[in-house]
Design a protein around this ligand. Sequence first.
Ligand SMILES: *Cc1c(COP(=O)(O)O)cnc(C)c1O
Length: 442
Amino acid sequence: MSDIEKGVNLMSTGEVEKLSSEVYARQLDKADELANFRERFFIPPGNIYMDGNSLGLLSRDAEETLLKMLAEWKQLGIDGWTKGTPPWFSLSEELSNNLAPLVGAEPEEVIITGSTTSNLHNLMAGFYRPTRERFKILADELNFPSDKYALESQLRLRGLDSEQGLVLVSSGDGRTISEDDIIAAMIDEVAVAVLPSVLYRSGQLLDLKRLTKAAHERGILIGFDLSHSAGAVPHKLHDWNVDFAFWCTYKYLNGGPGSVAGLFVHRRHFECLPGLAGWWGYHKDKQFDLALEFVPAAGAGAWQIGSPHLLSVAPLMGSLNIFEEAGIKRLRAKSLALTSYLIDLIDTELSQAPYNYRVGTPRESERRGGHVALEHEEAVRINAALKQRGVIPDFRPPNVIRLAPVPLYVTFHDVWLLVQHLKGIIDNKEYEAFPRERDTVA
Ligand SMILES: *Cc1c(COP(=O)(O)O)cnc(C)c1O
């Protein structure tokens, strides 16, 4: 346990006065060994940025590697593919070394390619092999809808509809999904299960190890969408025997809007052909032989389709260096300290009338990702009022304000200030000035 966590634990055992004081927030920042990373990020001027779970901020490191890529294009033209540093041709494979430790994989098991949703399609095209007995896909009703759309279209491609082919685990409380319910839904007809690691709305972290074991005991393949945990929560995908995984890199990994995504294929599936093959998945040494017969790369690299979107890969070079320096374990420890602090402040300062805020995120640290779901009847309007005050959260219907105190660039004092803003907005009835409808990109 880090000093910060100890501090927060001490405070949650009764010293309410001190917990709520600004001085205490400052003390936590002083004791924070990751505090210096903040200086490497561009914080939008005047903002308290709590939306790193939707779009992570730009770092100087990522800016530098993007500009370097542009300079190489300027100076080298086509030769950048072989003479860039590193050569563009093998840049994605190069990045696997930095990416693998974040998800607990071997470098050959991960690759930067595609988008979250297109990677899900590709993986399902390869791993979903329906038979007469086993033809169903298991998912849950709280996952980000894009995943469900993709799974339904995968069913349609095989001549099935969701009625016949989709087992959708429902939530008891609208916030969380119980692992017991998921395991109970692992019936004989299920071929593949696809679940999120962290639920995008409530921030619940599922027990990937337990679910993987249960799936395998029932002859089911299992894959996870790590969009809300990659860069926030350590994983051990290889050791847990997860079959496949995919995630975006523009949330906690700070790769930039629409940055190229990640995917994982467990080593024991290296003989499984990519669902949607293309020349960029070819064995690297022979790719430019341009032979007619497909020879897949030995590893996750085989699942690449076409030329990598290098201008959206380049920022990741800088960003992943930051993760290597900071270390995912230390980031997780600070993230938990920040979210515990926020939850404690909400409970003690904001849960009673007239405030009536509720925490919708599990309180146990092993069941929580990197953000806190704050619930309120007036969430849309409070969200708008927060933005006017320079606090950047995001709103998810029907009543959730998501707050991500990202450990690389959010301070304990930011969290303290956020709580003062949440209070002030109710004290002054500020939210009443805003409409009940939300913007297109909430
Ligand atoms: C952010 C997110 C996505 C986004 O998909 P893209 O293809 O990157 O647009 C998908 N799934 C989950 C769970 C997400 O959180």
